[in-house]
Design a protein. Sequence first.
Length: 349
Amino acid sequence: MASHFNPVGVIGAGSFGTAIANLLAQNAEVLLFSRKPETVQSINATRTHLGVDIAPRVTAINDLQELAQRCTLIMPILPSNSFRSMIQALAPFLRPHHIVIHGTKGFDLRGVEEEDLDRPDFTINRSNVRTMSEVVWEETSVVRVGCLSGPNLAAEIMAGQPAATLVGSRFREVIQAGQQALNSSKFHVFGSYDILGAELAGALKNIVALGSGVLGGLGLGRNIQGLLIARGLAEMVYFGKSLGASSQAFIGVAGIGDLVATATSPNSRNYSFGMRLAKGETAAEIRSAMPELAEGVRTLKIARLLARHYKLHVPITDMLYAVVYEQFPIEKALEYLMTYPYAVDVDFL
């Protein structure tokens, strides 16, 4: 399928950004932005990056102004903690005719410094938390904004395995732009008008993936993993409702679909983080050794503070925070969760 958007811009040459660039190249020319000149030079010279071949229609660049001038459709795929600064750098070159569909699954903080998250008895609420689409609206003149969400393990996409995603947006034309740019025989794009639900599901499932990785690292089986995923989904819904989303958003591709993929695969950075934690590495050691951010580690900290403010009963989040940030023994955390007095099973529909 040929795309009306030619070329398409991708900002971020990490594993997921690279995978999306190769997918887009089936339908259009692609400009792949990296802030590192040496990465740009290497991609264009060797036609490989992160161990995969780069499609012939992908060109790496280091100029945001050029990208914005040549591309109407732009896809930022960046770590959440650097998303706003990159959008601020891009903002002078963006105009209302641009379409921005981001692929970042995390939260931005407003009016709060990262170090504030470690203060005793500190809380945050919805006014302090931004989704990435909200960051784009705050920092730019762009109106037509969307997000990519769903089971998108970069390693599987780069290997050419069948996969799907969801484009969430308030605007039908944004969903259609994502479908036109990304649809192929091995990649299907669903659409949803609930962009907030899609973004919250994409961010919050990473917490459950951390916990599932811990279970995997302990060598435990599918029974307990299934239990964790089911109860973790309930906690995702509780958080989502407190932040203004409906429960329906968590039952589809961006919710259960992404949750199952991320919480069961060693190709997931968050699952791998949990596995390594269970095998004895400290959180600091794992963070320093991982080439890319495990978003769930930062999201876990934000979610715990939100739970404190909204008085949510989220035992999985509480125990994972204690394990990751307070060195609470994993075996005691598991015992606590197994004996937690859940009242009913499904109480969020």
